[in-house]
Ligand binder design. Structure first.
Ligand SMILES: [Zn+2]
Length: 544
């Protein structure tokens, strides 16, 4: 297929050693002028492919991404950027050069390789969007499968639903292995060990610090998680009339055990029935001093056939066109998701006006911190009372259980991130390894889930992030930790978060406004008052 892609020269910035002829600022101005419109085109094509998953839109998206990738692949520009950066450019120009270099690094590869990767990613993504599992002979989407796993008391039906959630894995596993091989090949030509190492490097994440932080996160969550899960397992065994040792993955409340089950949480869903989740979200951000009307107007918020079944936020043009895709229903999870995505959106709208295109962007950890902080509001007492309008007595009765539920959520989430990170490290270390076995070894080690007897299937491949958002999951954990640090900082400075415009103002000023003019780890320290550390996680999970 690669040969059908028209080859165009990407080197329009100039021939010869442009570094010697152009100043840092001239290189940056020209690169930004060239990249910005391509980025808009790619984002729009991506958006269309997600709201309407047709082959035609997938093809348009592929073409737009190839063009974007081709521009970023420009070897002369890359060489010029690297040379000028390394010659000691500093200040804002130096920062922009760093970001441009990191943005371009993953695209420095042979054209056929790049084209093959883009095509494969797009094709795998399309299969995820269109795939529906079969339960009782009926095609079901992810939301329906999850509903069965949350509600059904029939172990046979649960097992069927769980297995249906994995069938997409078998469809895409070979292509994901192939993607890993191709990504590794590209990373090695750039002198990196594998795609995992390259990804961390361009994301400004230190690998040793990551390994150390994850080991710390494992250490501080291991005991409380085991204790908490032991209690949940007892309840599950009683509910399904079996021994704890007979519990299998389908007894848990979601396909990957990545969310807190009803048994370990406070079921807030009845409180959300009859509520307009989108209106609640608007109300939440109003109370923080953020106007999200325009974002909501341009968004696609409700479930529909043929659209992406998950949720995301996209900053289309870095100039105000920010959209959210969601599949909103009347549950607490949906409220959390809307608040989460809008937590990304207000960040994208909060950059200082004078920032240039390269700086009008977010680091993954900082934007996830904002999103996770906003999403967590839906489980806080002050939000239930002030925004959802639950009466004081009822909220008081929920009392400490809300904090315990939040702690449980962090435990479940942290253990799941440990699985994902270790798995992706293994995948890129050796794409030919027995990944099916590695997956279940990690799931049982970190999540304490017993694999199905004699299971021999690529269950890992059913997790869409592994294919289309590779080497990303740990940023959720970093984001959650930073979100906890920010929550504590806002509570002490503004006395709370919900309906505190001063908390919103603090976020805007300290976290959002600088864009990426400040490196993420310094930004985190600036905004939350301390560097990233698992101390906040340790404190939070102690309440489980
Ligand atoms: Zn997010």
């Amino acid at each position: 297929m690669a040969s059908t892609i028209p080859r165009r020269s990407a080197a329009t910035v100039g021939a010869g050693s442009i570094a010697s002829r152009m100043s840092a600022l001239a290189i940056l101005a020209e690169a930004e002028a060239r990249l910005a419109p391509l980025s808009v085109a790619t984002n729009l094509a991506w958006w269309e492919s997600q709201v309407d998953a047709t082959e035609e839109n997938a093809e348009r998206r592929t073409q737009a991404e190839l063009e974007w990738s081709r521009a970023l692949a420009d070897p002369e520009l890359f060489a010029a950027v690297t040379a000028v950066r390394d010659s000691g450019a500093n200040g804002e120009a130096g920062r922009r050069l760093e970001l441009l270099r990191d943005l371009m690094a993953k695209h420095q590869m042979r054209e056929d390789l790049r084209a093959r990767i883009v095509e494969l990613e797009s094709s795998v993504d399309l299969r995820f969007s269109r795939h529906r599992g079969l339960v009782g002979g009926v095609e079901l989407g992810d939301t329906e499968i999850k509903r069965i796993l949350r509600q059904s008391d029939d172990p046979a039906e649960r097992r069927e639903a769980w297995e249906a959630s994995k069938t997409v894995g078998a469809e895409v596993a070979d292509d994901i292995r192939e993607l890993a091989r191709l990504r590794n090949e590209a990373a090695r030509t750039l002198g990196h060990r594998d795609w995992f190492a390259l990804s961390l490097s361009v994301d400004e994440l230190d690998e040793l610090k990551l390994i150390e932080t994850l080991a710390d996160a494992d250490r501080v969550t291991s005991e409380p998680f085991t204790r908490w899960k032991g209690a949940v397992d007892e309840k599950l065994a009683a509910r399904f009339g079996c021994a704890v040792s007979e519990l299998r993955p389908w007894h848990h409340a979601d396909p990957f055990f990545q969310e807190t089950p009803p048994e370990g949480a406070v079921d807030l869903d009845p409180l959300f029935e009859g509520h307009d989740i989108v209106a609640l979200s608007r109300r939440t951000f109003d109370g923080l001093g953020f106007d999200v009307d325009e974002i909501l107007a341009g968004s696609d918020l409700y479930p529909r056939d043929g659209k992406n079944q998950h949720a995301f936020c996209i900053d289309v043009d870095r100039l105000g066109d920010v959209r959210v895709l969601a599949n909103t229903v009347q549950t607490r999870e949906s409220a959390e998701t809307m608040l989460h995505e809008l937590g990304h959106a207000v960040y994208d709208l909060g950059f200082r006006d004078d920032l240039s295109w390269l700086l009008r962007s977010t680091h993954l950890v900082a934007t996830e911190a904002s999103a996770l902080l906003c999403g967590s509001l839906a489980g806080r007492r002050e939000w239930l009372e002030l925004v959802l309008g639950v009466d004081q007595a009822e909220v008081a009765e929920l009392g400490g259980r809300l904090e315990a539920a939040r702690a449980a959520e962090l435990l479940v989430f942290t253990r799941w991130v440990l699985v994902m990170n270790a798995f992706e490290r293994a995948l890129y270390a050796d794409p030919e390894a027995d990944l099916d076995a590695i997956w279940w070894e990690l799931v049982s080690r970190y999540q304490g889930v017993t694999p199905p007897d004699g299971r021999n299937a690529p269950d890992w491949a059913a997790k869409i992030h592994i294919a289309v958002s590779p080497v990303y999951y740990h940023t959720y954990l970093y984001g959650a930790i930073v979100g906890l640090q920010l929550t504590a900082a806002l509570e002490s400075a503004a006395g709370g978060i919900v309906d505190r415009p001063e908390a919103g103002a603090m976020l805007r000023e300290k976290l959002f406004a600088p864009g990426q003019s400040v490196r993420w780890d310094r930004l985190v320290e600036q905004a939350s008052g301390s560097p990233l550390s698992v101390a906040s996680l340790e404190r939070a999970v102690a309440r489980a």
